[in-house]
Design a protein around this ligand. Structure first.
Ligand code: HEC
Length: 189
């Protein structure tokens, strides 16, 4: 009788590696969530400083992740950080197919009652032949976002936004809407 040594070994590996894999994913999700929490807080602080000094016109340049130190440092280490949306202000924030599909999924989950704060997705995918960690975290619309993303925008704010973003679609939002998402891409091999 052949001893089932190899199948048992394979089974042990399979069972043993499953939690490891899950842990690696959970860890990356947690790290990404924490990273974006920090970036989001910094962004809000800058935006509020500018808003309280000069109102929304003065704050227009502060709703921006791209110029940040963390974003730059991440990019040097092969990690891309960004923001995206299904209705864009800056066309450079265009979602790729994975991001678009996930934001559509966020909209479905939100419609079925899931809280905005819970909407996130992290997974390993193969992209361009390389194992890649992808993470997306929903960004909700708060009352303070409406000055620049709401249905009614003051004429002086409107003029400046129009001049900078002639194809702006990121308006007409209400409090609690899904404004967009933070996105992280890390190519692993
Ligand atoms: C003072 C005006 C202003 C306020 C207030 C504001 N934004 Fe923005 N927002 C902008 C501008 C301008 C851009 C385009 C930035 C760029 O060029 O990437 C933008 C872009 C974004 C994007 C990137 C996707 C896109 O459409 O290009 C997200 C997400 C976003 N804003 C969310 C928010 C949220 C959430 C709030 C409230 C917490 C908020 N914004 C408040 C002006 C504002």
């Amino acid at each position: 009788m052949v001893k089932p040594f190899v199948p048992l070994l394979l089974l042990a590996l399979l069972v043993g590696s499953a939690p490891l894999f899950a842990q690696e994913l959970d860890q990356k999700i947690l790290q990404s969530r924490t990273l974006f929490q920090g970036l989001s807080d910094d962004l809000q602080v800058q935006m509020w400083a500018a808003m309280s000094q000069g109102g929304p016109v003065a704050a227009i340049g502060t709703c921006n992740l791209n110029a940040g130190k963390v974003t730059e440092a991440a990019s040097k280490q092969g990690v891309t950080l960004g923001r995206t949306s299904l209705k864009l202000r800056n066309p450079k924030n265009q979602p790729d197919p994975w991001e678009r599909a996930m934001m559509e999924e966020f909209e479905r989950q939100k419609a079925s009652g899931v809280a905005l704060e819970e909407l996130e997705k992290g997974e390993f995918i193969t992209q361009g032949g390389k194992k890649t960690f992808r993470y997306l975290k929903a960004i909700g619309t708060k009352p303070r976002c409406l000055a620049c993303h709401g249905a009614v925008i003051a004429p002086e704010v409107e003029d400046k936004i129009k001049a900078l973003y002639p194809n702006d679609l990121a308006r007409g939002y209400k409090e609690g809407d899904l404004r967009g998402a933070f996105t992280l891409i890390q190519v692993l091999e």
